[in-house]
Design a protein around this ligand. Structure first.
Ligand code: SAM
Ligand code: SF4
Length: 321
């Protein structure tokens, strides 16, 4: 079992398979980065899988494939199948912008993928274009529809932003609710790669908007999930991810692996250790030692919400969110 210095059990690995993306979301990657990680520096799926086996053997129970946009990487279904066949009980999920999901959902499910989280920030084509930098909404919603049809469990992520999509908080919740998808509103996390004028909407403001139409009860946190949950009278549950709140990191159970093999203990901070060298050399013990050291040095909390330093230097498209 992997336990950090604050007695948190770390059993959740997020694997970013590429930092590249077909969207230019204002809050994440508004401009194409000056340079991408060269292709030859990326770990192959076989190499990523070698490390994933180490992580599973050390106690990881949940793996999320993310990016950048994970569906840009060829043969993703084969990678998913490798993980599934090694440990069928693993909770295997993916976060995607869904643009390329149509035509791929069945293959991913057959490979062993259990759940997906999709980003739906708006239901208006022109707003989607403004957020993502191109006309994406039809593909996204078609992809979501297909994922539901093939029987994947789908959760929706929405990042509300002032003067952009905050007026759609109720609409996106209702769209999700009508289709049996739960929704999580994610507070915008300030980072130096985002567009400078993005203004997030804090959890209390999100709740105030929802209260105009709905009554709901505060259910608090559930296990290690970062969401603060609320339940409506008809039983529908929604979540808010509030990294600016003081207790957000208390139950954090996750570490992140980038596409070039950097293992990152916290989404906010720059610190990372590479597993690339050990994995390429077939040094499984070395890779396990790096994993344990990264868990040992996991910081107690992020710095969003603190007065002096609340802009992260980490790119979300590198860590996978
Ligand atoms: N491309 C995929 C997608 O958009 O779902 C996966 C990668 S994306 C980095 C993962 C998650 O991070 C998405 O739900 C996205 O909304 C969220 N995200 C990215 N930048 C963020 C920010 N600055 N604040 C809050 N959430 C952010
Ligand atoms: Fe791409 Fe996802 Fe970042 Fe948007 S949030 S730019 S879709 S990685």
């Amino acid at each position: 079992m992997l336990i950090d210095s604050y007695d948190r059990v770390v059993d959740y690995l997020r694997v970013s398979v590429t930092e590249r993306c077909n969207f230019r979301c204002q809050y994440c990657m508004p401009e194409k980065p000056f340079s991408w990680v060269p292709k030859e520096n990326l770990l192959t799926f076989e190499e990523l899988f070698e490390f994933i086996k180490v992580a599973i053997d050390e106690g990881v129970k949940k793996i999320r494939i993310t990016g950048g946009e994970p569906l840009l990487r060829e043969d993703l279904d084969k990678f998913i199948k490798m993980i599934y066949e090694y440990e069928p009980s693993i909770d295997l999920a993916m976060t995607t912008n869904a643009f390329l999901l149509k035509g791929a959902a069945q293959r991913l499910k057959d490979a062993g993928l259990k759940r997906i989280n999709v980003s739906i920030d708006t239901l208006k084509p022109e707003v989607a274009q403004a957020i993502a930098g191109k006309d994406v909404l039809k593909n996204v919603l078609d992809g979501v529809q297909e994922a539901l049809q093939v029987g994947l469990k789908v959760k929706v992520n929405m990042v509300p932003m002032k003067n952009i999509n905050a007026d759609e908080i109720i609409d996106v919740l209702e769209y999700s609710k009508e289709r049996g998808m739960s929704i999580r509103f994610i507070e915008y996390m300030e980072n130096r790669f985002a567009k400078a004028d993005v203004l997030g909407v804090k959890s209390q403001e999100i709740l105030a908007i929802l209260r105009q139409k709905y009554a709901f009860e505060d259910e608090g946190f559930d296990g290690a999930s970062p969401s603060h949950y609320y339940r409506m009278k008809d039983g529908y549950r929604f979540g808010i991810i509030e990294p600016h709140e003081d207790d957000f990191c208390k139950k954090c159970n996750r570490i992140r692996l980038t596409a070039e093999g950097n293992l990152i203990p916290c989404l906010y901070f720059d610190e990372a250790m590479s597993i690339a060298e050990s994995i390429k050399a077939g040094d499984i013990k070395g890779a396990a030692a790096v994993l344990k050291e990264v868990v040992r040095t996991k910081p107690e909390k992020n710095r969003w919400g603190t007065e002096d330093d609340e802009v992260s230097n980490r790119a979300f498209y590198e860590t996978g969110g």
